[in-house]
Design a protein around this ligand. Structure first.
Ligand SMILES: [Zn+2]
Length: 252
């Protein structure tokens, strides 16, 4: 293979790598973006739990009211019976006993009714407070819905971008003539996002290993695949890139 066409292959491969990093980034976004929703999901869950326990508290109080109301009803029945007894009493003792029963039942009812009023007032206050909890749930549900939509749009964009890039990729691949070079690249790419690296000042751009002179010469002659002895990445060298890197280093 001529140096010129091999150089072209390497240049194509460098561009392919740029494309692949883009695909990689889009795939990462598509994978990672939905995770950002967890915060909002947890937020909503917490608000829902708070509302639920608050509602349970109200239900408990309301159940107590119903229990007290049943008790009042029972006592009223007792009063009724005692009143009937009162009509039929024959002795003074029986009369006083019936009166006593009525008084006791009335006192119990008074206590129950006072307690019912107390609880109902408390429930009214709790119901008002409940609005705050319910509003928090509504707001957080709305936020989650909006964020889910945003993430959905971004994920679709990332997915579509990947499809577009994959198409572009096919065009790049056919332009690379050295099948061995492409195969090495594809194998490495599965293990490392950056499979082809430049040599700057005789060092591997990625792992910073000093490239032995003989290997450096081979890379410069551009005739076959050369890999970094340390990180195994495909090595690429370009005099212009080297020059601009040196200028940048001098400016620092
Ligand atoms: Zn290396």
């Amino acid at each position: 293979m001529s140096t010129e066409s091999y150089r072209e292959d390497l240049e194509q491969l460098m561009q392919l790598q740029q494309l692949d990093s883009h695909v990689y980034e889009m795939a990462r976004l598509e994978r990672e973006l939905p995770k950002a929703l967890d915060v909002f999901r947890n937020d909503l869950q917490q608000a829902e739990d708070a509302l639920q326990s608050f509602e349970a508290k109200i239900a408990e109080q309301e159940a107590e009211v119903r229990r007290l109301e049943r008790e009042v009803k029972l006592e009223e029945e007792r009063i009724q019976k005692s009143n009937e007894k009162l009509m039929a009493v024959k002795t003074n003792e029986e009369y006083h006993a019936a009166l006593k029963e009525i008084e006791r039942a009335k006192a119990t009812n008074k206590q129950c009714e006072d307690r019912i009023l107390e609880i109902m007032e408390a429930v009214e206050q709790l119901q008002a407070e409940k609005t705050t909890y319910a509003e928090a749930v509504t707001t957080k549900a709305k936020t989650l819905k909006e964020k889910s939509h945003e993430v959905g749009v971004k994920c679709t964009e990332a997915k579509n971008a990947q499809v577009g890039l994959e198409d572009k990729r096919k065009n790049f691949i056919v332009r690379i003539q050295d099948a061995g070079l492409l195969k090495t690249y594809e194998t490495l790419r599965k293990k490392m996002p950056q499979a082809i690296v430049q040599i700057y000042s005789e060092f591997c751009e990625c792992c910073q290993m000093a490239i032995p002179p003989k290997l450096f010469y081979q890379v410069q002659s551009m005739k076959s695949v050369n890999q970094c002895p340390n990180c195994l990445r495909i090595l690429y060298w370009h005099p212009e890139a080297e020059k601009s890197a040196q200028t940048a280093a001098e400016k620092k």
